[in-house]
Design a protein. Structure first.
Lengths: 276, 427
């Protein structure tokens, strides 16, 4: 009985699927060749390597500091970093006094309450604060940016396909639209062409230009260098415990390989007289 | 239960004797996973995966309890609380990455465990109940895994919850009411997040309970083995401890090495980038995909693209997806071949490997965008999936001519001549 019902149910599903397949196949074959899509003009992220790549990769602190400088002088005008605290900057090699100064001089103040009157007010940031929001709320952010809300950057290198390479490519990849770009993909008012962006046109103007920051360590401030440095910085903001993770991982792996070897020898020893 | 030649628990220590008369817990352990449980001597490495599944559950429960101490099940702050765990909680990143990758590894070992049961006919009499309880565990795992993925409240969490609870909306007449009842609202929100958290914490302990039943049901007939032949006497078995505890220790080591490689060096490889964006009901991701371990079922769901009579395509897909799991409950009665092990079933063996390839193809299509040619491939692969269990297996179990089988496990291990000078090659 079970097998007869099963057989009928099986035939039913197979039949419906076969019918769907035929209809889909006919539609697939008869449908007209679709016109060019945005995807035809889209580029995959450029190849780029960072000091933090691979199991033995570690952050290049000099580069992180340069990247932080780019963030502070360029990106921070619009983009927040809400999951990162000023105190975390000591990981970049800044001293506590330097971090205190960075927090104190941060151009955006932190909301607080006046201790005498209870009224809302603001104060300078301190090391234990997270980076303050740039806009009071999303509506304010949209109003100031042609209705495009600048996203928070804390997790950006983990929140996009192709990760850090994508962020780097986007920052360094603005170009003039190709000559054969169809009308519907041309950048509209307030939009800028960038082949690494899925929709081809984005609301962020090209943020970097040669010589925009002056690096203290003499690194040349080309668009590529700045894009690479700030991307390295954003790898750190997205995964600040990466070095702890890789260091611990090596120790754990060495221990586990040793323990597993012992377990294997114990297994073979226990079974030595048994045929199996 | 168990075999008459099983070792008896005989406490020598006075305290253990006292204990044994009042609460014979050590005796239970001894008889369940100790020297008192005789096991076929010829188990291969595929028999490690039951214990590994148990290990994976323990890892999930331990890391999960610690995560719950720091996580906040509130849609306003859930996403931020996960970042708090990743950045500010001591070793919080380790707990979270262990928990996220541990879930994937739990499914990997359980899938191997299930396919081992399929190949060696472990679902057949007298072990039907073991198989059925195992499927209950699998369903509970799927519910737990799904709800756990919602908790970080990222984009895939939110839209996954929307899509999966939306499956119930395909039920005629009452569907939308059921979806609203499940979510506690018209869309996933704080009410849904809270109940998912509550159930996500509860279900692992239900799983642990069903595992006890699963092992209980297993211990009546005892473990099956790669030949599928019944145990005939003491020469066919060896005690679980120390033989299989030693082997499981080695298996656990290999499992932990692989888990550590993922956790420490590629912790986000199995995840989805969109889940690092906070849930936003106003922005739908380009491709909504569940976690990889649901992909084969997701492909079956999406393979139904055409309305049939009064049945909309979505309803057909939902029915087929649930049927694809429910039909496994009938497997012991669909496959009537008296031979358990696929080793001795030449036709079954071929179809089995086709099924493995088929599920892999379904998995690939389930993770791909819902466009051609993936839809057509999913349709073909889904057709085979249903045909395999409901048409092919019942048919070949009648027509197939099994290969000659050894008379006993011992004979299979030692060869017919029992030549002591010829050491048996370890498999």
């Amino acid at each position: 009985m079970v097998r007869i019902i099963g057989f009928l149910v099986g035939l039913g599903f197979v039949g419906v699927l076969g019918y769907s397949l035929i209809i889909g196949a006919i539609a697939y074959m008869t449908e007209e060749e679709p016109g060019p899509t945005a995807y035809d003009y889209h580029h995959h992220a450029r190849e780029i390597s960072f000091a933090s790549d691979g199991p033995l990769g570690r952050f290049d602190r000099q580069q992180l500091q340069r990247g932080f400088q780019v963030y502070r002088e360029v990106c921070a005008a619009c983009h927040s970093l809400e999951y990162v605290a000023f105190r975390n900057l000591t990981d970049l090699g800044f001293t506590e006094a330097e971090v205190d100064a960075i927090a104190d001089q941060w151009p955006i103040q932190v909301p607080t309450v006046n201790e005498d009157t209870g009224e809302d007010t603001t104060r300078n940031a301190i090391a234990s604060d997270h980076f303050p929001h740039v806009y009071a709320n999303e509506v304010a952010g949209r109003a100031a940016n042609n209705n495009a809300y600048p996203p928070d950057l804390s997790l950006m290198t983990k929140a996009r396909e192709e990760g850090a390479a994508y962020v780097y490519s986007l920052l360094a990849g603005y170009e003039d639209p190709p000559a054969d770009l169809p009308e519907e993909f041309q950048p509209g008012t307030g939009l800028y062409f960038n082949p690494y962006f899925a929709n081809l046109n984005l609301a962020m103007p090209p943020p970097l230009s040669d010589g925009q920051v002056s690096y203290a360590d003499g690194t040349e401030a080309t668009v590529e260098n700045m894009a690479e440095d700030v991307t390295a910085f954003l790898i750190w903001t997205a995964e600040p415990k990466m070095e702890d993770r890789k260091n611990l991982g090596l120790i754990v792996l060495i221990f586990l390989i040793f323990a597993t070897t012992l377990a294997f020898l114990a297994y073979k020893n226990v079974w030595r007289d048994q045929k199996h | 239960m168990s075999f008459p030649w099983a070792a008896q628990y005989t406490p020598t220590n006075p305290f253990m004797k006292w204990m044994d008369d009042r609460l014979p817990l050590p005796r239970l352990v001894f008889n369940s996973v100790g020297a008192g449980y005789p096991v076929p001597r010829n188990l291969n490495y595929f028999w490690n995966f039951g214990v590994l599944s148990g290990l994976a559950l323990v890892i999930q429960i331990v890391t999960g309890i610690i995560l719950a101490m720091h996580y906040a099940a509130n849609s306003e702050i859930a996403f931020a609380s996960v970042e708090h765990i990743m950045r500010d909680v001591n070793s919080g990143w380790l707990m979270r990455y262990l928990h996220a990758n541990g879930a994937s590894f739990f499914f990997i070992v359980v899938y191997i465990h299930i396919f081992r049961g399929l190949y060696y006919g472990s679902y057949k009499a007298p072990r039907e109940m073991v198989w059925l309880l195992g499927l209950v565990i699998f369903l509970l795992m799927m519910a737990t895994g799904f709800m756990g993925y919602v908790l970080p409240w990222g984009q895939m969490s939110f839209w996954g919850a929307q899509v999966i609870t939306g499956l119930f909306a395909a039920i005629p007449v009452v569907g939308e009411t059921i979806q609203q009842w499940l979510l506690g609202g018209f869309a996933p929100d704080n009410a849904a997040l809270n109940r998912f958290f509550s159930l996500h914490y509860l279900l692992p302990f239900v799983i642990a309970g069903v595992i006890i039943l699963h092992i209980w049901a297993l211990h009546l007939p005892g473990s099956s083995n790669p030949t599928g032949i019944d145990v005939k006497g003491p020469q066919d078995t060896i005690p679980f401890h120390p033989y299989y505890t030693a082997k499981d220790g080695f298996g656990a080591g290999v499992f932990l090495i692989l888990l550590a490689i993922m956790v420490f060096f590629a912790p986000n490889y199995l995840g989805h980038a969109d889940n690092y964006i906070e849930a936003n009901p106003l922005s739908t991701p380009a491709h909504i995909v569940p976690e990889w371990y649901f992909w084969p079922f997701y492909a079956i769901l999406r393979a139904f693209t055409v309305d049939i009579l009064f049945m909309p395509a979505k309803l057909l897909g939902v029915l087929a997806m649930f049927a694809s799991i429910l039909l496994l409950f009938f497997l012991p009665w669909l496959d009537k071949s008296p031979v358990r092990s696929g080793k001795f079933r030449p036709q079954f063996k071929i179809w089995f490997w086709v099924l493995i390839a088929d599920v892999a193809v379904l998995g690939y299509c389930g993770g791909a965008p819902a466009e051609e040619p993936y839809v057509m491939i999913s349709q073909l692969a889904s057709m085979y999936y249903f045909a395999h269990f409901l048409i092919i297996l019942p048919l070949i179990s009648r027509t197939e001519r099994p290969l000659p089988m050894p008379n006993s496990i011992t004979e299979a291990v030692l060869g017919k001549d029992h030549d002591a000078a010829q050491p048996a090659t370890a498999e």
